[in-house]
Design a protein around this ligand. Structure first.
Ligand code: SAH
Ligand code: SF4
Length: 357
């Protein structure tokens, strides 16, 4: 609902849309046309489209100012391009004036969209710009979907014929703190009649919200799970990730083990390397021990600079990687993308252009 008490059509999954139309006597065929217009054709002006009369009438009566429904179409307030032209950061203003960030990355002809799931974040990781700004509010499903539609619209303009292949929930916010909206949005985004990004091309990145991981396991959720770990002992981790006090490392690893056993899926562990904090050979060896028996891929992220954290990027990433590989874990470095436009991991902070690296 927005302030005027209207519902967003973009908040509705396919069955929700079918139900809403059926309640007004509009049949399934028309629900399919509307779904296609919204999610495949990126329609923003439904009144201008050539629908069959029953759907046209429903739209006239139901969508727009003073009517029950509206469309989520955040206003692009700024668009910043990285110097290599491969990354674009969009600042999008939501209906209530909140500004969130969405990033479009293209390399090797493949395009990935990185979306926000909250305005701000409540988890307070010390090295993250979003954490430093604090929590503002959850996003609705439609506000998450609309970011993908916006990125796709831009992609069609700059590279016609290209499709979004991957989606990562690594923008502002903690997806599993807003899990209902996130799962509804992902259902919409992965629907083959609409946007159609395959579930195996979608990554949900969490700081380690254990109930969310347990729910993904119980539901055998088809999306990829990425867990931001950053510490191999409780002490090491809580110093960087305060949320670890709520869901301690031991509990988190147990939940990951359970997730792996129940779903048979690999887990991607993210590790932001910070000099002197979590980059020693001892830490790498402890991490390998901790993850023993889990089908794990470790993704090392070079620390990106943020205003509120004085820690330094690590110079011993290669040695760290070597130890994990020797222990049998696939271990890769995340490519540095968009650092000069503050679109790199943890640099998203609405309304501010963080200083260039
Ligand atoms: N809240 C989720 C997803 C958004 S953050 C999560 O924490 O997983 C996406 C990734 O960026 C996380 O792995 C996070 O630890 C990492 N990150 C945050 N700030 C960073 C920074 N300054 N430099 C490098 N990586 C950072
Ligand atoms: Fe939130 Fe993720 Fe940033 Fe931590 S790293 S503050 S969980 S967005």
């Amino acid at each position: 609902m927005n302030a005027a008490g209207q519902r967003s059509l973009h908040d509705l999954g396919f069955s929700g849309l079918v139900e809403v139309l059926a309640a007004s006597g509009v049949i399934l065929h028309h629900a399919k046309s509307l779904w296609r217009a919204l999610h495949r054709e990126n329609a923003l002006d439904l009144a201008a489209r050539n629908f069959l009369p029953p759907l046209k009438r429903w739209i006239e009566q139901s969508v727009g100012e003073g009517k029950p429904f509206f469309l989520d179409a955040p206003e692009g307030v700024d668009e910043i391009h990285s110097s290599d032209g491969l990354t674009r950061k969009f600042l999008l203003r939501l209906n209530d004036g909140q500004v969130i960030e969405t990033v479009l990355m293209g390399y090797d002809g493949r395009h990935t969209v990185c979306v926000s799931t909250q305005a701000g974040c409540a988890m307070g990781c010390v090295f993250c710009a979003t954490g430093q700004m604090g929590f503002v509010r959850h996003l609705r499903p439609g506000e998450i979907v609309a970011q993908v539609l916006h990125a796709r619209r831009i992609l069609q303009q700059i590279q016609p014929g290209r499709h979004l292949r991957n989606l990562v929930m690594m923008g502002m916010g903690e997806p599993l703190h807003n899990i209902d909206a996130v799962m509804t949005a992902l259902g919409i985004i992965s629907d083959v009649r609409g946007i159609g990004i395959g579930p195996s091309k979608i990554s949900v990145s969490t700081v380690g919200v254990v109930p969310g991981i347990q729910r993904m396991a119980a539901e055998n959720s088809p999306f990829r799970l990425a867990v931001s770990l950053h510490g191999s002992t409780e002490e090491e981790r809580s110093a960087l990730v305060p949320a670890s006090r709520r869901w301690p490392l031991e509990t988190l690893i147990a939940a990951c083990r359970e997730y792996g056993t129940r779903t048979g899926r690999r887990i991607f562990f993210e590790w932001t390397l910070i000099a002197g904090k979590n980059d020693s050979p001892e830490t790498a060896a402890r991490l390998a021990k901790l993850l023993e028996g889990i089908d794990a891929h470790i993704n090392l992220i070079p620390l990106n600079p943020t205003g509120g954290f004085s820690g330094m990027a690590s110079g011993s990433g290669q040695a760290f990687q070597k130890i994990l590989r020797a222990a049998g874990f696939p271990c890769t470095f995340r490519q540095r993308r968009g650092i000069d436009v503050a679109a790199g991991c943890g640099m998203l902070k609405a309304g501010k252009r963080a200083k260039c690296a």
